[in-house]
Design a protein around this ligand. Structure first.
Ligand code: ADP
Length: 614
C-alpha cells in the first residue's frame, strides 16, 4: 500500500464541515447517490458513442446497511475510476469542492438558516457521519485494475489494489458513534425516498426498489392525461383531496425549468409563509422550500419545480436580486395567469367551480405584482347578491349610468339586507365583497378604475332616494317636515354620537339606516385590524349619520306618542336606531346589554297596553 497526503489547504476542514452542516446531515445520502447516478450517466454516454457495451436495464444503484460492520454502502455500476482518477477526483477535486463550499459558507454564516441545502459539497459530505470511508472501484477502461482507497478524513489517505471485479464503484461509510441512526433502515429509507425518489436510474435499498414512480414533470404535457396529474399529486401528497387545477411548466430559454404546479383546495390551517413546492435539481430533491424563488402569492400552490439554473448555494438576499430567479418567478406567474385565462375562456363552468379557491391566489397576486392586474382583470370575478358572476368592467357597463360610476358592494348578503333591498328595487346590482383580501383589493382597484369608486351600500343615500316625495313645504318657522322629524329624532338620541337627517327613501318599509362615510369607515376598519391601543383610536373614525325615512310611518307615530309618553318614545327611537346598527353589523357589543334591557322594557309597555285593549 502506498501512503499519500491529501492535497489540502486547511488541516481542519472536516471537523468544521461537520459542525456547520450538522442540521443538514442527511444530504450526504443525496450527494453519494447523485454521484452514482452521474457515474451511470457517463456509461450511458460512452455506450451511445460506441465505446462501452452496456444495457439500459442493467444500470442500478444499491444502498445497503451492514449493521455488524457499522457500514453503509453505496454501490453503482457506473463508470468507475482508476487510481489516477481517484487521486484526482476524490483526493483533489472533491476536496477542493469541500473547501470552496466552506469559504462560501463561512462568508454567509450570518445567513446560516437561509442556505438552501445544495452545497456542491459532494463526496466529502460522507464525513459528516463516517469515521472513515473506503472506496472500491473498477474503471470501465480496458485492462483497468481495481482500486482501493481509504481515508479517515484526516489529511492522509491510503490507496492500493482493490477487489472490485466488475465496472463501478462501491463507497463504504463506516458510521461514527454519534451517527448510529444512519444504520437504521427506516431512517435511511426516509432520506432516500425524500431525496432520491425521482432519480433516473433504479435505486435499491437493501434489495428493494425505492424510485419506481417516474417524475411527471420531465414528460411533455402532451404525453400526460388528467389521471396522470391526479395520480402524481396523490403520490406526492397522499392525504390530500384532488387538486383543483394544475399547470405543466416547460421552459428551455432563457433558463431551463420543468415542473408541475397544482392549485390545492385551500385549507383553513394553510400557512401563507410556508411553501409546499419542492425544488429539484435534475430530479434530485434539493429543498421543500421554494420560498425565495417563486412569487410569494403562489405559496399556496403545491408541486415540483426542477431547474439546474437556480443558484442553490446562496443566501436569500442574493436570490431575490438574481436575474434568473426573477425571470423564473415571472415566468411561473405568467403561466398561472395564462392558464386561468384559458380556462375562463374555454370552460367557464369549471372555472367557476375552482374560482372560490383560486381567487385568493389571484387577488394576492394582484396586490403583490402590479403586472398581474392587466392579465387577470378579465377573469377577476365578483359574485353579486343575485348569485351572478361578473367582472368589474361588466358591472360598470351595466350600472354606470344609474350609479354614477359607483360600484356598490356589501360585505355579505345578510349585511344590511333591508338597505340592500332598496338598491335592488332601484335595479342596481350589489357585489359581495366578503373575502379577507377584498378591502385591500378594492382600494387597489380604485386606482386603476378611476373615476369609479367602491361604496358599501350603507355609505351613502344618493341612489336610494325618492326625490319626488321629498317633504319640501316650509312651516311657519321656515322648517320642512323632514327637518322637524330629524330634530325630533336627534333630541331623543342626545347620548349617542350620531347626527340625524331625514330623507325621502325609495322605500316605505325602512324606518332608517346608519350612513357611514366610506373613506372614514375604511380607515376605521384598518385600525381595527391593528393592536388594541390603535383600535381605541378607531372609534374616532367613521362619522355616523342616522338617516330617518320620511316615508316610513313608524317614526311619525313615535313622534305622536312623544306628547303623552316621552319615556317610551325615547326608548323606541333608541330601539329603531340600534336595530339599524345591528342589521348593519355596526353595533358595539358593549351596547348589547342596554339594548336587551330596553327591548324588554318596550315589550312590557306594549303588552300592558295590549291587555288594556282586550
Ligand atoms: P461533484 O460530484 O460535484 O463533481 P464530488 O465531490 O461529489 O463532486 O465528486 C468529485 C468527483 O469524483 C466526481 O466529479 C467524479 O468524477 C468522482 N466520483 C465521485 N463519486 C463517483 C462514483 N460513484 N463513480 C465514479 N466517479 C465518482
Amino acid at each position: 500500500m502506498e501512503k499519500k497526503s491529501l492535497e489540502i489547504h486547511s488541516e481542519n476542514i472536516l471537523p468544521i464541515i461537520k459542525k456547520w452542516l450538522y442540521s443538514d446531515r442527511d444530504i450526504f445520502v443525496r450527494e453519494l447517490v447523485s454521484n452514482a447516478c452521474d457515474a451511470i450517466q457517463k456509461v450511458k454516454i460512452l455506450r451511445d458513442q460506441g465505446e462501452i457495451e452496456a444495457k439500459d436495464d442493467e444500470f442500478r444503484i444499491d444502498v445497503e446497511i451492514h449493521k455488524e460492520q457499522k457500514k453503509l454502502l453505496f454501490i453503482d455500476n457506473g463508470i468507475g475510476m482508476d487510481a489516477e482518477e481517484v487521486k484526482k477526483y476524490i483526493a483533489q477535486i472533491a476536496f477542493s469542492g469541500a473547501e470552496e463550499f466552506l469559504g462560501k459558507y463561512r462568508s454567509s454564516s450570518s445567513d446560516q438558516d437561509q442556505m438552501i441545502g445544495h452545497f456542491g459539497l459532494g463526496f466529502y459530505s460522507a464525513y459528516m457521519v463516517a469515521d472513515y470511508v473506503e472506496i472500491n472501484t473498477l474503471s470501465y477502461k480496458k485492462d483497468a485494475t481495481p482500486v482501493f482507497w481509504r481515508c479517515d478524513g484526516s489529511s492522509e489517505y491510503e490507496i492500493g489494489l482493490g477487489t472490485r471485479a466488475s465496472r463501478g464503484t462501491e463507497v463504504a461509510l463506516f458510521i461514527g458513534k454519534d451517527h448510529e441512526e444512519c444504520l437504521d433502515s427506516s431512517y435511511i429509507q426516509k432520506i432516500l425516498s425524500q431525496y432520491c425518489s425521482f432519480l433516473p436510474y433504479p435505486i435499491y435499498f437493501n434489495g428493494k426498489r425505492i424510485n419506481e414512480k417516474a417524475p411527471l414533470w420531465v414528460k411533455h404535457s402532451s404525453e400526460c392525461v388528467r389521471q396522470d396529474y391526479l395520480d402524481f399529486y396523490h403520490y406526492l401528497y397522499p392525504m390530500e383531496e384532488d387538486p383543483l387545477f394544475w399547470l405543466h411548466l416547460h421552459v428551455d430559454y432563457p433558463f431551463t425549468l420543468k415542473g408541475v404546479l397544482y392549485f390545492p383546495k385551500i385549507r383553513k390551517d394553510f400557512d401563507p409563509n410556508k411553501s409546499s413546492i419542492s425544488l429539484y435539481c435534475n430530479r434530485v430533491f434539493v429543498s421543500e422550500n421554494c420560498k425565495d424563488i417563486i412569487p410569494h402569492y403562489l405559496m399556496m400552490l403545491k408541486g415540483v419545480i426542477d431547474s439546474p439554473d437556480i443558484p442553490l448555494n446562496v443566501s436569500r438576499s442574493y436570490l431575490q436580486t438574481d436575474r434568473t430567479v426573477r425571470q423564473l418567478g415571472s415566468h411561473i406567474s405568467k403561466k398561472v395567469t395564462d392558464s386561468l385565462s384559458t380556462l375562463y375562456r374555454t370552460d367557464r363552468d369549471r372555472f367557476l367551480q375552482v374560482w372560490n379557491d383560486v381567487s385568493v391566489v389571484v387577488k394576492l397576486g394582484i396586490l403583490e405584482d402590479d403586472k398581474l392586474y392587466e392579465k387577470a382583470k378579465d377573469f377577476l370575478l365578483w359574485k353579486d347578491t343575485e348569485q351572478n358572476w361578473t367582472t368589474i368592467q361588466e358591472y360598470l357597463e351595466r350600472n354606470r349610468e344609474k350609479t354614477r360610476d359607483k360600484i356598490f358592494y356589501t360585505v355579505d348578503e345578510k349585511h344590511a339586507r333591508h338597505v340592500l333591498q332598496v338598491y335592488r328595487e332601484q335595479g342596481i346590482e350589489i357585489l359581495c365583497a366578503n373575502a379577507p383580501l377584498d378591502s385591500y383589493l378594492m382600494h387597489y382597484l380604485e386606482d386603476k378604475l378611476r373615476p369609479s369608486t367602491f361604496q358599501r351600500i350603507d355609505a351613502e343615500d344618493e341612489n336610494i332616494l325618492d326625490k319626488s316625495r321629498e317633504k319640501v313645504v316650509l312651516d311657519l318657522e321656515g322648517k320642512t317636515e323632514a327637518v322637524r322629524l330629524a330634530e325630533f329624532v336627534q333630541s331623543k338620541l342626545t347620548e349617542c354620537d350620531v347626527q340625524v337627517e331625514a330623507k325621502s327613501l325609495a322605500t316605505n318599509a325602512l324606518p332608517g339606516f346608519v350612513m357611514i362615510d366610506e373613506k372614514q369607515r375604511r380607515m376605521r376598519d384598518y385600525f381595527m385590524r391593528l393592536s388594541p391601543e390603535e383600535r381605541a383610536q378607531a372609534s374616532q373614525f367613521g362619522k355616523r349619520i342616522f338617516v330617518v325615512n320620511t316615508n316610513n310611518s313608524l317614526i311619525e307615530s313615535i313622534r305622536k306618542l312623544d306628547a303623552k309618553r316621552p319615556d317610551v318614545a325615547k326608548d323606541l327611537i333608541h330601539e329603531v336606531y340600534e336595530l339599524a346598527l345591528l342589521s348593519q353589523k355596526e353595533m358595539d357589543p358593549s351596547a348589547m346589554h342596554e339594548f336587551i334591557n330596553r327591548s324588554n322594557r318596550i315589550l312590557e309597555v306594549l303588552t300592558t297596553e295590549a291587555l288594556k285593549s282586550l
